[in-house]
Design a protein. Structure first.
Length: 328
């Protein structure tokens, strides 16, 4: 039986990806993009996602595409940057099909539209290994205000957006069906969805530009990423465990197995934003004035360069086996 027709590389680009491209992408008919210049500097970031490492190979193709774009948009969000466009490189394994690729492109196109971040170029390849998707995204640092991770100072308050640990717990459910079966349907679906589809916090950009001394996205775990921010700022940090925001679903999972709290704060894939701001910045008040859900205050930047301290209600520090997810 003859094998079904699969798009050639030229067909793949013309039929699948060119419709997603914005004007800067020149219809993907050239070897480069033409990004408009402006007075604001461009912010660049890139992330690679690999099947079996960052997602499951049998995840819906549209969700894989959306996650690949959103993790990059999260980096732009942490820098208070407005998305401009992105480059896509994809290495397809031997068993790819036209239907899979069309579903991947449909998810990518939807998010490119929703977040006003068009495809402007990229590359395609075959691979004997697992699917790999790499995106490089570009954003405009509005008003030239780039929020680095190195600006925190002792006395700054530490905030985090959203809730922490949902995605890491969702991954734990994928790996442990028995644990998943013990959770309520509502909690199970919430955690699984948060693992599959991050929510880039681009709405925080005005607040970061006004108030933040430092910021970064939480991709590898709250504990480890706060350690990176503190180290870059030449400081330490203290976090009050009871102040770390958890969803009802996460609390339900942790109640079943208290060891999952460590998973929640070190596991990664939150794609929330860590924000540091001076006490005089009045961040919660400014968030309310801007109509933005205020990030939760979880601690403070302190003098020194030690590993951040996560302190319980009893005043004693918690010790984790590891601070964050590591690829190696």
């Amino acid at each position: 039986m003859p094998s079904p027709h699969r798009y050639s590389e030229d067909e793949l680009i013309a039929r699948i990806f060119a419709p997603i491209a914005g004007p800067a992408g020149l219809g993907l008919a050239d070897d480069a993009a033409l990004l408009p210049t402006s007075r604001e500097p461009l912010v660049a970031t890139t992330d690679m996602l690999v099947a079996g490492v960052h997602f499951f190979a049998d995840d819906p193709p549209g969700a894989i595409a959306r996650k690949a774009l959103r993790v990059n948009l999260s980096d732009l969000a942490a820098k208070a940057a407005e998305p401009v466009g992105f480059l896509l490189s994809i290495a397809l394994p031997p068993d790819w099909t036209n239907d899979w690729l069309e579903a991947f492109a449909a998810g990518l196109a939807e998010d490119a539209r929703v977040f006003s971040c068009p495809l402007v170029g990229g590359d395609t390849s075959a691979t004997p290994g697992p699917l790999a998707v790499s995106i490089a995204a570009f954003g405009r640092a509005a008003e030239g205000r780039f929020v680095a991770r190195s600006g925190a100072r002792p006395g700054d308050a530490v905030y985090v957006s959203g809730t922490i640990g949902d995605a890491a717990l969702g991954l734990a459910l994928r790996r442990d069906p028995d644990l998943a079966a013990r959770l309520s349907k509502t909690s199970r679906e919430h955690l699984l969805d948060r693992y599959l589809l991050p929510r880039p916090r681009l709405d925080l950009a005005p607040l970061l530009r006004e108030c933040a001394s430092a910021a970064m996205d939480v991709s590898d775990g709250l504990a480890g990423d706060l350690a990176k921010l503190a180290r870059a700022s030449g400081a330490g940090a203290v976090v009050e465990i009871d102040y770390v925001p958890l969803s009802d679903a996460a609390r339900e999972a942790i109640a079943l197995d208290p060891a999952l709290f460590e998973t929640a704060v070190t596991g990664g894939d939150d794609y929330e934003i860590l924000v540091c701001a001076g006490q005089a910045a009045a961040l919660p008040e400014r968030a309310a004035a801007l109509g933005i859900a205020p990030p939760a205050k979880i601690g403070e930047i302190v003098a020194g360069t030690a590993v951040p301290i996560f302190r319980g209600a009893d005043g004693f520090a918690l010790h984790f086996n590891k601070l964050s997810h590591s690829h190696f």
